[in-house]
Design a protein around this ligand. Structure first.
Ligand code: PXL
Length: 279
């Protein structure tokens, strides 16, 4: 497997173990050259903190992308997460069109909502724009809340396989090619990930840990991208990412002073071995 270069576009939440402070170490640990494009700089993430500062970097993005183009820099994949503004979605599309190698992967985590609600920074206009980005993606990684906002499907706390198959079909109808739907659980103590690819739906179930933690969507998506770009199949990458995310949550469990993120760093070496293994 050749040395791959991946661009990730998401915010820097200086404190809080999410977005770029998670994606950069995980992708690097997976053995990928990781290039970052910060969408915004926040003092902390927006979940559970008040009074955070935000510097929106929308105005800087076109010049950064133009400079890379001039330098003939290109990427084997571009992976987007939490973006700083609706306007940035158009800029990301332009980056997809101009800075990827032929066949380069467009991976979109529509990080905008959880537990039935949009994050505070986002509105209906952002959701509409995100639908158009999802339509261009090779792989999307929504949670169920995000899938509902994208498709107009009713958000449910409990559901069956038919509901998940319907959600996946509606996401596919938007144009998404491969769908990795996270946080899919059919019983109270289990959760998992549904992978919809080439017309069929596969499911990986694993234990659900009661403690809610922030940043796990970013740990999951970053670990998935790392394994995928190391040549794993979509399903195998989804499983590696799920096992790593569960281990990170378990590693944080019981520490009530650490509800803002998960202690993912001590488990990076083990993740890296699995992501880059040749079996
Ligand atoms: O983990 C998603 C995320 C990323 N970035 C910021 C956030 C959140 C979730 O709340 O607030 C700034």
């Amino acid at each position: 497997m050749s040395y791959k270069r991946v661009l990730t576009i998401q915010d820097i939440s200086c404190f809080g173990q999410c977005s770029l402070t998670v994606a950069l170490p995980i992708l690097s640990a997976a053995g990928l050259e990781t290039v970052i494009l910060p969408s915004a700089v926040l003092s902390t993430h927006t979940a559970g903190f008040t009074g955070f500062t935000v510097r929106d970097l929308t105005d800087d993005i076109p010049a950064i992308a133009a400079h890379w183009k001039k330098e003939n820099i290109s990427f084997d994949a571009a992976y987007t997460g939490y973006l700083g503004s609706t306007e940035q979605i158009g800029m990301v599309k332009n980056i997809f069109d101009t800075l990827l190698v032929p066949g380069g992967k467009k991976i979109v985590d529509p990080a905008m909502a959880d537990n039935g609600r949009l994050y505070p920074a986002f509105d209906a206009g952002y959701v509409e724009a995100m639908k158009t980005l999802v339509a261009e993606a090779d792989v999307i990684l929504p949670n169920i809340t995000e899938a509902c906002f994208l498709t107009g499907e009713e958000y449910r706390e409990t559901y069956d396989e038919k509901y998940i198959a319907g959600l996946s079909e509606k996401l596919r109808a938007l144009g998404a090619k491969t769908i990795v739907l996270t946080g899919v659980g059919y019983t109270a103590d289990r959760t998992g990930v549904a992978v919809f690819e080439n017309g069929s739906l596969a499911y990986y179930e694993h234990k659900k840990i009661a403690q809610g933690s922030h940043g796990t969507g970013d740990v999951y998506a970053s670990a998935f991208v790392g394994a995928l770009m190391q040549g794993k199949t979509t399903y195998d990458a989804a499983v590696i990412a799920a096992d790593y995310t569960v281990a990170c949550i378990e590693n944080t469990q019981g520490d009530d002073s650490h509800r803002y993120g998960v202690k993912f760093e001590p488990l990076l070496a083990d993740y890296a071995k699995k992501a880059a293994s040749r079996d």
